[in-house]
Write a protein that binds this ligand. Structure first.
Ligand SMILES: Cc1cc2nc3c(=O)[nH]c(=O)nc-3n(C[C@H](O)[C@H](O)[C@H](O)COP(=O)(O)OP(=O)(O)OC[C@H]3O[C@@H](n4cnc5c(N)ncnc54)[C@H](O)[C@@H]3O)c2cc1C
Length: 405
């Protein structure tokens, strides 16, 4: 692809920096972290030092002072080597930090964003509930007004960083019977579940940050992929949330979270494309090195047509991704394009990684090569931040309006 369409010199520099980091610090540990399902704490510290946990936020707020494109480039490059690293950055930056940057008061921004943007603590976003997944407007968690505070009861499931993180934006119902307009967002805090790791590394915990009584993490999910990323339930038991922690306007919590998800979909497109490219590059190398019938397997049409299809789809996905990213960066409407990029890139990641395993034959099915991990990591890209079916609904509504409901 002609990168100059979308990238400036600074974007190329960011890409090189993240590529170097991924090759030197991520590649050597990705397989073991996946095998043991261990959170990537050491690299959280290193990514924080490099500014990768606050790429698009201003230096005033403790961020790296770069732009949205730099952020998507970061996810894309990390995911080529390991999706869990990319997802950690994505969940922390877009889901965990952007709602406070975009909908928070000056006081909320000043209090929480520097801690998050510097990587001092990790953040997350709680929308999904046991009975409210694709239909997130069906939020059942309640927030009852008690004068100077709200009392929250309920739980959020599959929350990235629910264990390791300390700062969360969550939704709860403030007005029963008002549908999605009766949902409000709140900022809640808790201690990380990994205090020992946090003490060892000097990041991951802020003792001075007042914690929300009644908020805790549930048990860790055992997952097919994204295994070095932390996914748990986030539980509210008579959680006392001061009114100063209401995030955005009362009743607009759901509407605002949908905006956060639109941007998040470009991020998942970047993660997906990175996984696909990583698997393609592995398959390309292997097809040149592996010999059968006295020739490199890449010389057989049955194999090289697979590689040609992968290259074609990756090129198409790259344009969809960076077009959506460019629209967002330049303040243009991007909802449809974000859904298209997410849908196409996540499904292409599944197709490309499956083909890559096939190119590797039996070795592809073992953990000796990373393609089996990439295939497992690709699957959830079709589910998280809106399933493929939900992306099709978003696109259909854009092109058909009311006819598509
Ligand atoms: C690893 C991981 C990390 C996650 N991280 C977070 C997080 O940080 N924060 C958060 O809030 N959530 C998170 N999620 C939750 C994720 O966003 C939801 O799993 C997803 O939105 C789907 O919801 P569900 O699992 O309840 O599936 P359901 O909504 O029950 O869907 C089940 C199936 O029905 C289909 N379906 C549902 N409705 C329709 C329809 N109208 N038309 C056609 N098909 C339909 C779906 O596409 C899907 O195939 C995470 C999930 C995973 C697996």
């Amino acid at each position: 692809m002609d990168d100059s369409l979308y990238f400036s010199e600074q974007h190329h520099q960011v890409r090189e920096m993240v590529r170097d980091f991924a090759a030197q610090e991520v590649a050597p540990v990705a397989r073991e972290l996946d095998r043991s399902s261990t959170f990537l704490w050491d690299n959280v510290k290193k990514m924080g030092e490099l500014g990768l946990l606050g790429v698009p936020w201003s230096e005033e707020l403790g961020g790296a002072g770069m732009d949205q494109l730099s952020y998507y480039i970061t996810l894309h490059e990390l995911a080529k080597v390991d999706a869990s690293h990319a997802l950690t950055v994505s969940a922390h930056t877009n889901l965990g930090t952007s709602p406070i940057v975009e909908f928070g008061t000056e006081e909320q921004r000043r209090r929480y964003v520097p801690l998050l943007a510097s990587g001092q603590v990790l953040g997350g976003f709680g929308l999904t509930e046991p009975g409210a997944g694709s239909d997130a407007g069906g939020t059942a968690t309640t927030a009852v007004d008690k004068g100077d505070h709200y009392v929250l009861n309920g739980s959020k499931i599959f929350i990235t960083h629910a264990g390791v993180g300390e700062i969360f934006s969550v939704t709860a119902r403030t007005e029963p019977g008002k549908g999605s307009r009766g949902i409000t967002s709140f900022i809640v805090t808790k201690d990380t579940t990994d205090l020992d790791e946090a003490r060892r590394l000097g990041i991951g915990h802020c003792a001075d940050l007042p914690k929300t009584p009644g908020v805790r993490a549930g048990k860790k999910e055992e997952k097919m992929g994204w295994r070095a990323s932390d996914t748990r339930e986030l539980i509210f038991e008579d959680a006392i949330v001061p009114k100063e922690n209401v995030l955005g306007e009362l009743g607009l919590g759901f509407v605002n979270f949908l905006k956060t998800l639109d941007a998040g979909r470009i991020g998942i497109a970047a993660v997906s494309l990175g996984i696909a490219e990583g698997a393609y590059e592995e398959a390309l190398r292997y097809a040149g090195a592996r010999k059968q019938f006295g020739k490199p397997i890449g010389s057989f049409q049955g194999v090289n047509f697979q590689l040609a299809d992968m290259a074609l789809e990756i090129q198409a996905g790259t344009h969809l991704l960076y077009h959506a990213a460019w629209l967002k960066q330049n303040g243009r409407p991007f909802k449809k394009e974000a859904a298209m990029a997410k849908l196409y890139c996540s499904e292409l990641a599944m197709r490309v990684t499956t083909k890559a395993v096939q190119v590797f034959g039996g070795y592809g099915y073992t953990t000796e090569y990373p393609v089996e991990r990439m295939m497992r990591d690709a699957k959830v890209c079709e589910i998280g931040e809106g399933t493929s079916e939900i992306q099709r609904i978003v696109i259909a509504r854009h092109i058909l309006g009311d006819i598509a409901g």
